[in-house]
Design a protein around this ligand. Structure first.
Ligand code: G3P
Length: 225
């Protein structure tokens, strides 16, 4: 299984208009360039419809934004772990705040990803949910308070305890599960704070996707590693 080099900056492109069509590949190329230039670990989650194109065009790890806990077959509109692997993704987000899943489905999706050799990053909204999810043995848990997502105040400033507490509690359940944090992460100082709180990296979106000067933002983010 491909592993993410730690600490890692995971950029979720979401489905913002900036990353429609060629925009997704353009942004992925910027992240690839920043990874090479600054010797930093980046992973990107392009919109689902651009997954295959981006995965075949960049050398940095490409992750799916979602998988369903469904096997290949008559599952119209669903996304099987097998299909994202075939598209070139090395892993996937699961249960993003904007694409929640039932707990039993999260457990199945994590297991299916493991069987496929896909990296699983399960998003959670609290330390308590993180503890429950840690028992499923994902590779990563990304804790993100929903109310801070898309805002200008980083989780590391608004609620640093949620990060340190999640790191501490998840370690007790399964020390192999790494914790990322996200929501409002915008700059190198936020990244530095996340690592100081015990996170293995950050998951962010708007700070990069909506940036006027993407190069400058990526450079700044890396300064916190
Ligand atoms: O997936 C990352 C995300 O939910 C955080 O979004 O825009 O607050 O960085 P943002």
């Amino acid at each position: 299984m491909t592993e993410l080099k730690l600490p890692v900056i995971v950029v979720n492109f979401k489905v913002y208009s900036e990353v429609e069509g060629q925009g997704a590949l353009r942004l992925a190329k910027e992240c690839e360039r920043a990874a090479g230039e600054h010797k930093a670990s980046f992973a990107v989650c392009p919109p689902m419809v651009e997954l295959s194109k981006v995965a075949s065009s960049v050398t940095i790890p490409v992750l799916s934004q979602h998988v369903d806990a469904r096997s290949p077959g008559s599952i119209t509109g669903h996304v099987s772990p097998q299909s994202v692997k075939a598209a070139g993704a090395v892993g996937t987000l699961i249960n993003h705040s904007e694409h929640r899943m039932a707990m039993p489905d999260i457990a199945i999706a994590v297991k299916m990803c493991r069987e496929q050799g896909l990296i699983s990053i399960v998003c959670t909204d609290s330390s308590e949910t993180s503890v429950a999810v840690a028992a499923y043995g994902p590779d990563f848990i990304a804790v993100e308070p929903p109310e801070l997502i898309g805002g200008d105040i980083s989780v590391t400033t608004a609620d640093p305890q949620i990060v340190s507490r999640t790191v501490e509690l998840v370690k007790k359940v399964d020390p192999k599960v790494k914790v990322l944090c996200g929501a409002g992460v915008k700059n190198g100082a936020d990244v530095k704070a996340a690592l100081r709180l015990g996170a293995s990296g950050v998951l962010l979106a708007s700070g990069v996707v909506k940036a006027k000067d993407v190069k400058a933002v990526l450079k700044d983010l890396v300064s916190g590693l």
